[in-house]
Design a protein around this ligand. Structure first.
Ligand SMILES: [Zn+2]
Length: 200
């Protein structure tokens, strides 16, 4: 479809298609919209993309994306440094921060174990996590990877790797989402929710 377009437009469509969840149709819609923008607005988009790699790096403590090192969370002296919450991606850290329920620090893995795709422990920030356990005064590690097959496998691997360090290792609960009717929950979710029940 895009071959009927001028090469510059096709190139932008191809680049936009690399974004998650963006197919050719959406990419074409985005590209045509950008073309309709005033030039200054398009240039602003280009500038903001260009400065990403110059301005943003990884926090040397938790490995989230940050303009400063350490990141604002790690630099916050009011936070509990004895608890570390392990998440898959910076987006998960952001979601937990928005919820405002956690006052410890984080550790961002930058993915989950996926042996079929060549992603093993060395491709994630796992060695860095084990180094932190030895270096910092950490009492508890909360494993907050997703409840997907890969997320569970990654958590199980981490729990096993952390055993010898004598820290408490916990896993976030998974179960029925707030506001959800029980009868719509799948078997696995119901089973997990029952296992993770709490007493009043
Ligand atoms: Zn940090």
């Amino acid at each position: 479809m895009s071959s009927a377009f001028p090469p510059a437009l096709s190139r932008l469509i191809k680049n936009l298609e690399r974004l998650p969840g963006v197919g050719e149709k959406t990419a074409t819609r985005f590209a045509l919209q950008i073309l309709r923008w005033p030039k200054a607005q398009a240039q602003e988009l280009v500038r903001s993309i260009a400065e990403l790699h110059d301005k943003i790096g990884l926090c040397s403590i938790c490995f989230t994306f940050s303009e400063r090192d350490p990141c604002p969370v790690c630099a916050d002296t009011k936070r509990d440094t004895s608890v570390v919450c392990v998440v898959e991606n910076p987006g998960d850290l952001l979601a937990l921060e928005k919820a405002g329920a956690f006052r410890g620090r984080y550790h961002v893995l930058h993915g989950v174990l996926a042996p079929m795709e060549g992603i093993g422990p060395d491709q994630l920030k796992i060695r860095e996590l084990l180094e932190r356990i030895q270096k910092e005064d950490i009492r508890e590690v909360i494993l907050a990877t997703s409840s997907t097959v890969a997320g569970e496998a990654t958590s199980a691997f981490l729990a096993e790797s952390l055993k010898k360090y004598g820290v408490q290792v916990t896993r976030i609960a998974c179960g029925i989402p707030m506001g959800m009717d029980l009868k719509y929950a799948d078997q696995m979710t119901l089973q997990k929710a029952l296992e993770a029940r709490t007493s009043y």
